[in-house]
Design a protein around this ligand. Structure first.
Ligand SMILES: N[C@@H]1[C@@H](O)[C@H](O)[C@@H](COP(=O)(O)O)O[C@@H]1O
Length: 251
């Protein structure tokens, strides 16, 4: 696990974009793992710009998102289907049939999870997975206590996660109580993981990730066991991380 410390959110987004472009341009059929939340929005803006400047094409790319809420329509502006279309997919040449998100409205949610796993496997696994860091250490929607061996599944959202995400909804009551998320073991099968961390409120979780033990109480801690994780974190997020910890690399 290595950290690239950058000045601010914009630098984080630009650096993440250049790493993704390098990956896309180095593979014939790149498979990218996508995240939602506030953190990757800047990355998606940078990717759109790179596409408009003809630095990259998504025609050969497949994408798999980490998660989706259960029980909201994909046309609902709070669904992750809508988010991805609005923030990235609607602005690039990614073929719609190559963009995958779990269907949180499937009649049989367990079957949907199983099929999602199969789709990832059939695509040859994820080459580069973008991940954000939940305040409680969740990755995707894998809340504290989720077994490290978990595969794609329906999960009950922690109250703290619903509150953290309530800012996107009209009220807390409207925040779904469940989501489908790639499992922790599913995420760990990605060939490379890019964890993006920005802002003061992520300083505590980032310090816990780096200093704490590997434990299911803090799902992101599993990333210590992955062979290829790059964290891009800005100065605010790194404020409790000391250089003595030996994780930092030069940009
Ligand atoms: N399910 C998402 C995660 O994929 C995201 O990484 C995380 C952090 O969100 P943000 O980037 O808004 O801080 O929480 C959300 O609940």
């Amino acid at each position: 696990m290595e950290i690239l410390k950058v000045k601010d959110y914009e630098e984080m987004s630009k650096k993440a974009c250049s790493i993704m472009i390098e990956k896309m341009n180095s593979l014939e059929r790149p498979v990218l793992g996508m995240a939602t939340g506030s953190t990757p929005e800047g990355l998606y803006q940078q990717l759109i710009r790179a596409y408009q400047e003809e630095k990259v094409s998504f025609k050969q790319v497949s994408t798999f998102n980490l998660d989706e809420y259960v029980g909201i329509e994909r046309e609902n502006p709070n669904s992750y289907h809508y988010y991805m279309k609005d923030k990235l997919f609607g602005h690039i040449d990614l073929l719609p049939e190559n963009a995958h998100l779990p269907n949180g409205n499937a009649a049989d949610l367990d079957l949907e999870c199983w099929e999602y796993e199969n789709k990832i496997r059939n695509a040859g696994q994820i080459d580069l997975q973008v991940v954000g860091l939940g305040l409680n250490g969740h990755i995707g929607f894998n809340e504290p206590g989720t077994p490290f061996s978990s595969r794609t599944q329906v999960i009950n959202l922690a109250e703290s996660t619903r509150k953290a995400n309530a800012r996107f909804f009209a009220s807390l009551n409207e925040v779904p109580t469940q989501a489908i998320t790639m499992g922790i073991d599913t995420i760990m099968e990605s060939k490379q993981i890019l964890l993006l961390v920005s802002g003061k409120k992520k300083a505590d979780p980032l310090a816990r990730l780096l200093n704490g033990e590997v434990s299911e109480d803090f799902p992101a801690s599993i990333l210590h066991r992955h062979p290829s994780v790059l964290i891009i974190a800005d100065e605010e997020a790194c404020q409790y991380v000391t250089t003595q910890q030996g994780y930092f690399i030069e940009s």
